[in-house]
Design a protein around this ligand. Structure first.
Ligand code: HEM
Length: 439
């Protein structure tokens, strides 16, 4: 049996430690072993702390996506989307969405990514405070919606999606960490706002689908792929599945990108020397022209800055699986039905894998140096059949955003800004308020 994590208390087990400071709790587990038992009340959960074993877990068919976290997501967002499906349904859904995210599909999104990124620097006025949470969310939702669900009408819809998704994420996290079911049914203002936002999200998705259908157009995009998808019998997929798929792609797509942009903005503000290096690379690559999508693949240092930000502040900080058979990990027996967790945050900050593990050092991603980093010690997009479909899309967008922002402004935090790490469904600075200043 794997060793038990330290610090448990009768009845609650480790739950209170996990709730109080989840990042510290997950980071300390490796001191107890590569696989560790955690008690959450009466329940035993297995935590994996070694990068090799996180790879083995993600690649093994003995583990699926299930468990309390996924059940609560399904209840709110829908049961038939790719992020929560398993087995043949999941394989079929991945085949439908994958072409929209393939490396050779990304350049077609370049003009929208450029337009949205430059629109940010046009909106931001030197010396005026910017609220990084809403601004990051805004660009993330707009880019995902405009690239993947194309159409002029998306401009106004993208705004509404922004507002709905921001409230939905906030409310979902509360419901997960404080699962007091009946409390969320009371007619309190916060519950009403959450229900309104959730209803608007579903309504928006229905409107987007209905409008595309009535337009008679079939642009080469993800929405067309979903509308024309067939099930394993060759029949069109159901309305509910189309709806849930759009929700299942938009929701992880916006919160993760928004959180990572917030973390990148914090790094540009707190490490002016890093911002200067990005700016120097941008100047060298663009020769003074506005940064364009075509420059992205030559912005190698900027790409390393994004990687290093995702290492230290990974948007997705915890992942879970459920064993579907009696199996083993790291020499320990894992019983069928067991829930397993691991934390990319803890794995990516582990001193066993990284020299000067807490230092922000983008040059560690130089090919010369990165070859010494263990294989699964940096997988911010996951591994195996559940790997994020959007890794190329996300890296291109994040590199472009970082280059444009660092090339346009210097950033300073203003009084009232709170850069402490907020743990929610994703990780990001709590309430980052920045003042852009001219370069
Ligand atoms: C899955 C990270 C952006 C759509 C995942 C997973 C990770 C991840 C770690 C795998 C979860 C697991 O193993 O259980 C990220 C990060 C992003 C990002 C760090 C950006 C910084 C996006 C975007 C989209 C997206 C932009 C869509 C527009 C999805 C979907 C899944 C997923 C649909 C579920 C895949 C499946 O279960 O087969 N993401 N993601 N992600 N992501 Fe992303």
């Amino acid at each position: 049996m794997p060793p038990l994590a330290g610090g448990g208390v009768p009845l609650l087990g480790h739950g209170w430690r996990l709730a109080r400071d989840p990042l510290a709790f997950m980071s300390r587990l490796s001191a107890h072993g590569d696989v560790v038992r955690i008690k959450l009340g009466p329940k035993t959960v297995y935590a994996v702390t070694h990068p090799d074993l996180t790879g083995a877990l993600a690649l093994s068919p003995d583990y699926i996506i299930a468990g309390p976290l996924w059940e609560s997501l399904e209840g709110l967002l829908g049961k038939e989307g790719v992020a929560t499906a398993n087995g043949p349904l999941h394989r079929r859904q991945r085949r439908t969405i994958q072409p929209a995210f393939r490396l050779d599909a990304i350049p077609a999104y370049g003009p929208i990514m450029e337009e949205e990124t430059h629109a940010l620097t046009e909106r931001w006025k030197s010396g005026e405070t910017i609220d990084c949470t809403s601004e990051s969310f805004r660009i993330a939702v707009r880019v995902a919606a405009r690239c993947l669900l194309r159409g002029q009408y998306m401009d106004e819809r993208a705004e509404r999606l922004c507002i709905a998704l921001a409230s939905v994420f906030q409310g979902m996290y509360h419901r997960m960490v404080v699962p007091l079911g009946p409390l969320y049914k009371l007619p309190l203002p916060a519950n009403r706002e959450f229900n309104r936002a959730l209803a608007d999200l579903h309504l928006l998705v229905d409107e987007i689908i209905a409008e595309r259908r009535s337009s008679g157009q079939r642009p080469d995009d993800l929405l067309t792929a979903l509308l024309e998808a067939k099930d394993d019998n060759g029949d069109p997929i159901g309305e509910q599945e189309i709806h849930d798929q759009v929700v299942a792609i938009l929701t992880p797509g916006s919160e993760t990108i928004a959180s990572t942009i917030m973390s990148l903005l914090l790094i540009l503000a707190d490490h002016p020397e890093q911002a200067d290096k990005v700016c120097a690379e941008v100047d060298a690559v663009t020769c003074g022209k506005p940064v364009a999508f075509e420059h992205v693949r030559r912005l190698t240092h900027t790409n390393n800055v994004v990687m290093e930000a995702m290492r230290l502040l990974p948007a997705v900080w915890i992942l879970t699986r459920r064993a579907v058979a009696d199996t083993e990990l790291g020499g320990y027996r894992i019983p069928a039905g067991a829930d397993i967790v691991y934390s990319p945050y803890a794995i990516q900050r582990d001193p066993r894998s990284y020299e000067r593990h807490l230092e922000f050092d983008p040059d560690r991603w130089h090919p010369q140096r990165s070859k010494d980093i263990p294989k699964y010690a940096m997988r911010p997009f996951g591994v195996g059949n559940r790997k994020c479909p959007s890794d190329h899309f996300s890296m291109a967008l994040l590199t472009l955003v970082t280059a444009v922002l660092a090339g346009s402004f210097r950033f300073e935090q203003v009084p009232g800004s709170d850069d402490a790490t907020r743990v929610g469904i994703t990780l990001h600075p709590k309430q980052l308020l920045l003042k852009p200043l001219p370069r």
